[in-house]
Design a protein around this ligand. Structure first.
Ligand code: ANZ
Ligand code: ZN
Length: 820
């Protein structure tokens, strides 16, 4: 007998598996393709921590289960090592990002090997390699050519620490998602992807996805569909109009003033000093360029301009917060189209520029923000929905429309669509569906990312780099540090910047921003299919065969980042006819988090545990089993050293038990029960209870002197996804020659498990004396039935003090005691 010694067997099997390509399916010929994907890591730090390993192992257990269930499982892995995360780490340790990438890659792949996951090591992708970002740039060009990428000056989120802009999705509660700094607003020219074009589809498809519910809810909320109307208000003095978006057109008679966002083009027109300045590139803004500036009061103009400047530095979250309202009167009145009343036009930063029309009709009686504003600036409040009390605050509830002429008596919210039709008939407004989703800001003023493949020519404007000239290589530079002047470090490299225009051949300049790492990761799962990495982004035939991804496992924190972007890009690739499906991930499962000392394991909290030491001490199998046993995979759990010892003891005992296997009878009842439990639990990713079932089974089997070979084999198969090395070794010891991981998952007999109870009549000397209930699987056990019958209170009365001469048992029906 051999001791269980993981350090002897784990590395050995990892090498054997890789050499024999046990986990590398034939991507062209596989019959039952199953794409088991896990979110690839960004190798920013000192290495993988136990929290990462938890996620990867849980995903791998599922892949192994699917493989043993008869599927050709493709489980690839790669590194998301381009972008700010990795660059920041490189900056921290004072190494060039390219050099650091090499070091991180080695370390990460070593660690990923050591946990024994069933990766296809022939198909890794690294987003920072030119052969990868070549195709990230290609993707950008496809979007640009389809009108889905554009450059625009816009107020954007700027992180003062990372010295770059951020997408809305990267700002959490006003803070930078990466470093936690308070995000500022800056007006900068940036590249965007038009994800808003897909808002409706992104929302509509959610229902059909087999995804963790909370992630679906987060996406729905982020996209934020809102039905309402756009209503036009005249400003007679200036002969122009202001459009507002409202979800409550039923309150139109209660609109007592308008509020515009400080960025509204009308406000811009009022404060610009001369007509020349008013002209902007944006068409919609031109409608205000004819405003007669003579009519604008200079004092008001100054006030407005100061107010606009002040609000520029506020983040969106600050503006949304319910703080004391601020604002300035523009000096102009608009006309409420339903009753002809003149109402003042104000500017205030609680109205945001990126949503709706950037202007609102204020109904202080029924909107709390408007109510506060009206109180502060002493503006009229007019009640138009009955049933509430508006003395101290707005009444935002339902009720009957009042003080509204023709509409009086209509009930809200049912009447809103009626109001919209009414407005449409009169030509005063139009139904409108708005989404809160904004376009995806993808340019970054940093070094470590794919250069955006665009060229600007004074004559021809922006044109993409010809596809045959891709990739636009990231130049190797000494000074890659972010500058914070709104420009990427690439802008300082003259040889990179100056180029020729692909259209006219004249002098031109390259875009110097790089794209965000979420552009790298929005399509990486397609890339895993490609072999001809020089000539295509992905293999169209293989994508047809393997995608959509059957199971995707990762963190819920990516709900409105990666998971939304990947859906968007997949829809675009679909519409551009590269692929024939719209949704990339049929199933997404959000795993829980590992908690250490009461907090999520993370570098910033300083509670990171590196798996290496545990693997060295106990082996990867113990760590895997321990992590999977911590709690439900969907919930995560608390990491404790002590638990590891216990799990290690369990595996040692299993080892010993399996080594005792001999040619003896099996406890088929126990096996059947365990197979059923583990199968059902693993298929629902309830790994902790699956392991508990295996422990229970171990307890039952280990009571036997020796276990049977059949018991040993079934037990090993059920344990294989959790402890792949140890089970493989024992499998071989049992005389098997083909990998345990390619065996068929054990089946269970549902019928034998129906624990129905059966009634058996009991008689003494032919007279009925009682009925006993026994479980169906015990009916053939006469000793057991006799015992049960004798225990029956009534029967025992007739058997007390007499001796039994004979017992006649008709299985499952009747048992008769004949006394002397
Ligand atoms: C009048 C009104 C009366 C409103 C009432 C509400 C209640 P959601 O659901 O988010 O779409 N609004 C419109 N555009 C805005 C912007 N750019 N910044 C800030 N607020 C804006 O909300 C739409 C409502 O939010 C709109 O309906 C508008 O106020 C405001 F009793 O119009 B409402
Ligand atoms: Zn040109």
């Amino acid at each position: 007998m051999n001791q269980y010694n993981p350090s002897e067997i784990e590395k050995k099997w990892q090498e054997k598996w890789e050499k024999a390509k046990v986990f590398s399916p034939d991507l062209d010929k596989a019959k039952n393709p199953f794409f088991n994907l896990m979110m690839f890591p960004y190798p920013s730090a000192e290495g993988m921590h136990v929290g990462n390993m938890y996620a990867f192992t849980g995903a791998d257990v599922y892949g192994r289960f699917q493989r043993m269930s008869g599927n050709d499982v493709f489980e690839p892995i790669g590194l998301d090592g381009f972008g700010i995360h990795s660059e920041n780490y490189a900056l921290k340790v004072g190494r060039h990002p390219a050099e650091q990438a090499e070091i991180s890659e080695k370390n990460f792949y070593r660690q990923l090997h050591s946990i024994g996951n069933s990766y296809d090591w022939n198909r890794t992708v690294e987003t920072y390699k030119p052969e990868y970002y070549h195709w990230t740039q290609w993707l950008f060009i496809q979007l640009f050519n389809a009108g889905l990428a554009y450059k625009k000056k816009a107020p954007v989120n700027f992180c003062p620490k990372d010295l770059t802009v951020l997408a809305d999705e990267q700002v959490e509660g006003g803070l930078c998602e990466r470093c936690g700094s308070v995000v500022e607003k800056r007006e900068l020219e940036q590249w965007f992807f038009k994800i808003t074009d897909y808002a409706e589809k992104l929302l509509g498809n959610i229902e059909g996805l087999n995804w963790t519910e909370k992630v679906k809810i987060a996406q729905r909320n982020w996209i934020g569909r809102s039905e309402g109307a756009v209503i036009s208000f005249e400003i007679p003095q200036l002969d122009c109009q202001i459009n507002v978006f409202t979800t409550r057109p039923d309150t139109l008679f209660g609109a007592t003033f308008l509020v515009l966002s400080p960025e509204h083009p009308f406000i811009k027109a009022l404060i610009s000093q001369n007509a020349e300045n008013q002209k902007t590139s944006n068409d919609t803004e031109d409608i205000y360029s004819d405003i007669d500036i003579q009519k604008i009061d200079t004092k008001i103009r100054k006030e407005l301009s100061e107010y606009v400047k002040k609000s520029q530095n506020k983040s969106e979250d600050e503006r949304k917060e319910n703080k004391e309202k601020s604002g300035v009167f523009t000096g102009f009145n608009a006309v409420n189209p339903v009753n002809g009343e003149e109402i003042p036009v104000w500017v205030s930063d609680y109205v945001l520029s990126g949503y709706g029309t950037g202007a609102i009709m204020a109904v202080p009686a029924h909107d709390e923000r408007d109510f506060e504003f009206a109180k502060k600036f002493d503006l009229p409040i007019k009640e138009v929905i009955g049933g509430g009390d508006i003395r101290a605050k707005a009444y935002e509830g339902d009720g009957e429309i009042i003080n509204s002429q023709d509409w009086n008596g209509w009930k809200t919210p049912e009447s809103i669509s009626k109001v919209i039709s009414w407005l449409e008939e009169k030509g005063l407004g139009k139904k409108q569906i708005n989404y809160h989703l904004r376009d995806w800001l993808i340019s970054r003023q940093r070094y470590w990312g794919p250069p955006i493949p665009m060229i600007h020519c004074e004559k021809c404007g922006w044109n993409p780099v010809p596809e045959e000239d891709l990739p636009v290589l990231l130049p190797e530079v000494e000074d890659y540090k972010p500058k914070g002047n709104g420009k990427s470090p690439l802008a300082n490299i003259e040889s990179f910047v100056s180029t020729t225009c692909p259209k006219c051949g004249g002098e031109a300049k390259r875009e110097t921003d790089v794209s965000d790492s979420f552009v790298d990761s929005c399509w990486y799962f397609f890339r895993y299919t490609s072999t001809d990495i020089e000539n295509n982004a992905f293999d169209i035939e293989r994508v047809k065969k393997w995608l959509p991804v059957n199971m995707y496992i990762g963190g819920a924190e990516h709900s409105v980042l990666h998971l939304l972007y990947a859906r968007f890009i997949t829809m675009v690739l679909h519409d551009l006819k590269f692929i024939d499906f719209e949704e990339p991930f049929s199933r997404f499962f959000a795993h829980g988090l590992i908690i250490k000392d009461g907090a999520k394991m993370s570098k910033s909290k300083g509670n990171v545990i590196v798996p290496d030491q545990y693997i060295a001490k106990f082996g990867a199998d113990t760590l895997r089993c321990y992590l999977m046993f911590l709690g439900p995979f969907s919930a995560g759990g608390d990491f404790r050293d002590s638990g590891m010892e216990g799990m290690n003891r369990f595996l040692k005992r299993v080892w010993k038990m399996i080594e005792s296997a001999a040619d003896v009878d099996s406890d088929s009842q126990m096996l059947n029960k365990t197979v059923k439990k583990v199968t059902e639990d693993v298929s629902e990713l309830r790994y902790n209870t699956a392991i508990a079932g295996l422990m229970e089974c171990y307890n039952a089997l280990s009571k036997k002197d020796k276990i049977s070979k059949e018991e040993a084999k079934v037990f090993l198969k059920l344990l294989a996804p959790f402890a792949p090395h140890m089970t493989e070794e024992l499998w071989e010891k049992l005389g098997e020659t083909e990998s345990i991981h390619l065996q068929n998952w054990p089946k269970f007999d549902e019928g034998a498990l129906v624990e129905n109870e059966i009634n058996i009549a009991v008689s003494v000397n032919g007279k009925a004396r009682g009925v006993i209930m026994v479980s169906a699987d015990r009916v053939d056990d006469q000793n057991f039935i006799e015992q049960k019958a004798k225990e029956n209170a009534n029967v025992s009365k007739f058997l007390d003090g007499v001796s039994v001469a004979k017992v006649i048992y008709v299985p499952g029906k009747i048992i008769n005691f004949v006394t002397k």
